[in-house]
Design a protein around this ligand. Structure first.
Ligand code: NDP
Length: 497
């Protein structure tokens, strides 16, 4: 499907509206370098309208959503899944044009998004409280599980609609309403998602989409008194700002932040598999992934052989137009991100690490100056900045270790704790290492598997709260305890003695 340059609108309280600023900004296709769509610059006033609509949808006793049965909530989520499946190809193309990720990856991602909504459709009528036995036999106690209320969902640019699904699916299953603020660089698919929401007849105000700048629309969402929870995915620095701001307003948050994930290969591993895992771990999505395996820890006995094989395979990666299904790596998503990657390559060289492959844009003209070669640094000191800081680009730091203990120590020597992998044929070692790594998700003899049924979340600087799985619904529920009196008389405690 060919997409024409289009001026989108915000989606607030079931209506498509122009931003109150009457301003739009261009979204740049990183491959062509051209603005290909106009994104509404939502303001604090727009956020206020959206939040008030969402608040009414959840808390007004007469609202359709507040009266909606759990089974009907599930039906809406199912309808959303079906409508998204019909438009998956178009949404994939939008994300490719916004962030330059290869269509072969984004097509798969968008084909999977409906499954996320279907999973939560199935959970909507399975939310239960508990019956508690108090010591006093004249009392009965039970708990109700209730929606938190209005969820402010703030999402990043690397997997725009997938990361929104991780929040919207469980939030709606639990009966909440959502105001979604997508990243300014990649808002197109979120605004198109609003059309899907509208097409299924979801009650007004349940999902609102307000695009705009983080420091305006995003900040207004975090600060708004009627937002009951902020669910954020993005960089650790921004996460810290949002958590502080939310803390001042006593709002709970979930944070899915950055990573510097260790991918540990022992000498007894199946090295053919491990080298593929290392390659996929860092260079898929052009390295622009929170769970990228950006630190490769290799046992000294296999170090040289493994690095050489990695170099050969990196050289075979096809860079090109991200819209071409044959392309394996597209351009970097934005100029800002390109400059960040270049800066870290300079820091790597200054640190004394060995540049094994890449380190600069390709020599041939790729049709865009935002391409960067897959880059491998070997003999990296884990204390250096390329090993400690999230680059969010196609730059791999390879670190040598001598023993299992040293591998675990290096793996944990980071402020992050999102993901990790261990490659070994020794089942005992695999379990030992997986247990000792301080990360929310560990892969054994594979890298980067994820799915809606399995929860994931960060340790340490990678955040808190869980996304996906049954557990994600808990993030959007509150527990109310109800005490019921069985005695027919209520004692006057002031007269009892
Ligand atoms: P950010 O983390 O800054 O942005 C993510 C979202 O937060 C965007 O929607 C952004 O809005 C919004 N935002 C920014 N500032 C505020 C604020 N003060 N209040 C509320 N919302 C705000 O991502 P960047 O694009 O700036 O990337 C910076 C770095 O973060 C990357 O280089 C990478 O290292 C890391 N990152 C990690 C991701 C992950 O999945 N872990 C995903 C994306 C980035 P706006 O659209 O205006 O930017």
């Amino acid at each position: 499907m060919t997409l024409e340059l289009k001026r989108s609108q915000l989606y607030i309280d079931g209506e498509f509206v122009d931003p109150s600023s009457n301003e739009w900004f261009g979204s740049v296709d990183p491959y062509t370098g051209e603005e290909w769509v106009q994104i509404p610059a939502g303001t604090a006033d727009d956020v206020d309208s959206a939040v008030c609509a969402a608040h009414d949808a959840v808390f007004d006793p007469d609202s359709e959503w507040a009266r909606c049965s759990p089974t009907d909530r599930g039906r809406y989520l199912d309808d959303l899944a079906n409508a998204l499946a019909e438009r998956a190809e178009m949404h994939a193309e939008m994300d490719v044009r916004d962030n330059g990720k290869p269509i072969r990856e984004m097509a798969g991602q968008h084909a999977a998004i409906p499954e996320y909504y279907r999973f939560y459709a199935g959970l909507a009528d399975k939310i239960r409280g508990a019956t508690i036995s108090p010591d006093d036999p004249t009392k009965r106690v039970f708990t109700n599980r209730e929606p938190i209320g209005v969820v402010g969902a703030i999402t990043p640019w690397n997997s725009p609609l997938m990361l929104a699904a991780w929040k919207v699916g469980p939030a709606l299953a639990a009966g909440n309403a959502v105001v979604l603020k997508p990243d300014e660089k990649t808002s197109t698919s979120a605004l198109a998602f609003a059309e899907v929401v509208d097409s299924i007849g979801l009650p007004d105000g349940v999902i609102n989409v307000v695009s705009g700048y983080g420091t305006e629309a995003g900040q207004a969402l975090v600060r708004h008194d009627l937002v009951d929870k902020v669910s954020f995915t993005g960089g650790t620095e921004t996460g810290a700002i949002i958590a502080e701001e939310a803390g001042k307003h006593l709002k709970p948050t979930s944070m899915e932040l950055g990573g510097k994930s260790p991918n540990i290969v022992f000498a007894d591993a199946n090295l053919d598999n491990a080298v593929n895992g290392a390659l996929n771990g860092i260079f898929r999505s052009v390295g622009q992934s929170c769970s990228a395996g950006s630190r490769l820890l290799l046992h000294e006995d296999i170090f040289d052989e493994f690095v050489e094989e990695l170099r050969t395979l990196a050289d075979e990666i096809d860079l090109g137009d991200p819209k071409d299904p044959a392309t394996e790596m597209g351009p970097i998503a934005s100029r800002e991100q390109f400059e960040k990657v270049s800066k870290y390559v300079d820091l790597g060289l200054e640190s004394g690490a060995t540049l094994v492959y890449g380190g600069e844009p390709p020599e041939v003209d790729m049709g865009s100056d935002l391409f960067f070669q897959p880059t491998i640094f070997a003999h990296v000191d884990n204390g250096s900045r390329i090993a400690q800081e999230e680059i969010f680009g196609p730059v791999l730091s390879v670190i040598e270790f001598e023993s299992e203990t040293e591998a675990i120590r290096i793996a944990n020597d980071t402020e992050y704790g999102l993901s990790a992998a261990v490659w070994t044929e020794d089942i005992r070692r695999a379990h030992r290492v997986a247990e000792r790594i301080r990360a929310g998700r560990v892969w054994i003899n594979n890298y980067r598997n994820s799915g809606v049924t399995a929860p994931q979340g960060g340790y340490k600087g990678s955040g808190w709260g869980l996304e996906n799985g049954i557990e994600a619904v808990e993030e959007y529920l509150k527990t109310k305890t109800v005490w019921l009196e069985l005695d027919e008389t209520t004692e006057n405690t002031f007269r009892s003695n």
